[in-house]
Write a protein that binds this ligand. Structure first.
Ligand code: PLP
Length: 382
């Protein structure tokens, strides 16, 4: 049975062009970029080219980019590396941001959680109070991985810059998908990851504006300006660079295609099915992201039933699938808890096609009905 993959927010397949670029560095070009001979120098050039490619996509300079092992690591370095005693982050941040802030809190730092509204948009007055109380660093994601809401980073950037507060943006879900200009948006630190843009897993990067001074939490060699001791993952970094080039070239066209599928699925589900709502901002959301909550549906059962039909989708963030409680994101937007429900996140990507979307729309209503009928409270409903 062919697999229909609608979980691109969890991870994306490797683009064959990315693999092609990586392969020589997994074979003959295996040198260490720190080595002084030609093999090492070629590896260094490959890493530098990737750095330039990543920098170009966010309008930064290459010497402001350091490579890391993941988006998670970039977030940890951004937050733990900035020595401020007072941090603030939105309530819908990824766990790698929230848990880093909570860790710093146990060490004596002050941590403010900035609230969001029912669509997941940052509450600007909550941000304002945190800034007035003296926060030294604010962390807000560009777009949410579960519900797709895009935050007004330009406005947040201005508010932070006016007060000389460092702004960290987790752009793991948007790098390569949406336009990012770190200068215009007044971003000081920005995290990104390769595996969300058809690059390899286990490689990320952190943009560090020249005004920010970070301390590494990894001690060892001098790689990446002393900020990320470890031998470079050359093939992975090359893959990230190539994935960035492809994303830059295809961004507009892919956003258009995915938005049109998104509209079609949204309309069919909201108008054709009962007791369902769309989570997140209906307009300002990631192209290709849909998060639906169905009443009287067991979310786990729904994902399993789709899986039996070869459809990969998720209930929310892939890193929290074992937690039975509604996610912190759904709680933060105030999703009503009085009726049992299940959430389905569909995230579309480069390798989806019209036929797959049609099949999804053919299969989904029957699957929802089947799962609903199994729900212990179904009788009460109909
Ligand atoms: N931040 C966001 C918004 C994410 O969606 C993810 C991954 O799902 C991460 C951070 C972590 O990235 P990585 O998987 O590269 O550690």
């Amino acid at each position: 049975m062919p697999i229909l993959y609608f979980d691109n927010a969890a991870t994306t397949p490797l683009d064959p062009l990315v693999l092609r670029e990586m392969l020589p560095h997994l074979k003959k070009e295996f040198g260490n970029p720190e080595s002084p001979y030609s093999l090492g120098k070629r590896a260094r050039s490959a890493v530098d080219l990737a750095r330039t490619r990543v920098a170009e996509l966010i309008n930064s300079s290459p010497d402001e980019i350091i490579f890391t092992g993941s988006g998670t690591e970039s977030n940890n370095l951004a937050l733990k590396g900035t020595s401020t005693g007072h941090l603030a982050a939105s309530a819908v941040e990824h766990h790698s941001v929230l848990e880093s802030c909570r860790f710093l809190e146990t060490g004596g730092a002050r941590f403010d959680l900035i609230s969001v509204d029912h669509l997941g948009r940052l509450n600007m007055s909550s941000l304002g109070s945190s800034l007035s109380r003296g926060a030294g660093l604010v962390s807000v994601m560009h777009a949410n991985n579960e519900i797709g809401t895009i935050q007004p980073i330009l406005e947040i950037g201005k508010a932070c810059r006016d007060r000389r507060v460092i702004l960290h943006v987790d752009a793991v879900q948007t790098f390569g998908h949406l336009k990012i200009d770190v200068r215009k948006m007044k971003i000081d630190l920005l995290s990104l990851s390769a595996h969300k843009i058809y690059g390899p897993k286990g490689v990320g990067a952190l943009f560090i504006g020249s005004n920010v001074c970070l301390t590494s939490h990894l001690h060892g060699g001098e790689q990446e300006r002393h900020l990320r001791a470890s031998t470079h993952n050359v093939a992975g970094i090359v893959g990230l660079g190539m994935a960035a080039v492809l994303a830059g070239e295809r961004q507009d066209q892919e956003a258009l295609k995915q938005s049109s599928w998104q509209d079609m699925i949204r309309d069919k589900v909201l108008h054709g099915m009962e007791r369902v709502r769309l989570n997140g901002d209906p307009e300002l959301r990631l192209p290709g992201n849909l998060s639906f909550t169905f009443d009287f549906v067991d979310g786990k059962e729904l994902i399993a039933e789709l899986d039996r039909r070869g459809i990969c989708a998720s209930g929310g963030a892939a890193c929290a699938t074992s937690d039975p409680r509604p996610s912190h994101v759904l709680q933060a937007i105030g999703l009503p808890q009085d009726i049992p429900h299940g959430t389905l996140r569909l995230s579309l990507g480069r390798f989806n096609n019209d036929l797959e979307i049609e099949k999804l729309l053919r299969v989904l209503p029957g699957v929802i009905e089947k799962v609903r009928k199994k729900h212990p409270l179904y009788e009460m409903l109909f």
